[in-house]
Design a protein around this ligand. Structure first.
Ligand SMILES: [Zn+2]
Length: 181
């Protein structure tokens, strides 16, 4: 189901204003994404609340956001959608370390957009699946649960549904253990 835009909160915050009263502040995120997509899925909306904490030269931004996405199922090609929980834990500083922290410009503006864009692209599913038992358009000729595909995709598949993530890691570890022995 498509997300209907009704409001959009700013993603830029004036730091002195933000920490005027206290050392931490809540940042509401309500972002309708028009054109952010990968080859496999399209981001629709990112929403939730983040906490910004001022610790001297650094600002720590953390929290959980929900990402709505849609994309074609890799088996039946029907458009499917889902929601991912995106965990944010990032550091902003005056002199950022490339690839590790984000910069605070001299204007003292905290711009969440580049960081959130990065997180969204990392979180979008690589192999969307409408349901775990989707059998594809021609289940007789191309069984989706054939041994070949099962073996190749089992790990990636579990990444799709966050509820399965814990389970997936466990099974994977077990498999690895078995291989070693
Ligand atoms: Zn499907």
């Amino acid at each position: 189901m498509a997300v209907t835009p009704n409001s959009e909160l700013p993603l830029c915050f004036d730091l002195p204003k933000l920490f005027q009263k206290a050392g931490s502040a809540l940042l509401a995120v309500d972002w309708y994404l028009g054109d952010l997509s990968t080859t496999y899925a399209k981001a629709q909306h990112l929403g939730g609340e983040l906490r910004a904490e001022n610790s001297g030269e650094k600002v720590v931004v953390s929290g959980k956001l929900l990402l709505n996405w849609e994309g074609p199922c890799r088996r039946c090609l029907e458009i499917t959608d889902g929601v991912f929980e995106v965990n944010i834990s990032e550091i902003y500083e005056q002199n950022p370390t490339e690839g590790e922290t984000f910069g605070i410009p001299s204007t003292q503006t905290l711009d969440l957009k580049p960081m959130l864009t990065e997180q969204i692209l990392l979180s979008l599913p690589l192999t969307p699946l409408c349901s775990s038992d989707c059998r594809g358009p021609m289940p007789e000729e191309y069984p989706a649960n054939g041994t070949k595909e099962e073996g190749q995709n089992s790990v990636i598949e579990e990444r799709i549904d966050p509820r399965w993530e814990v389970l997936g890691t466990m099974t994977f570890d077990e498999k690895e253990d078995n291989l070693e022995t």
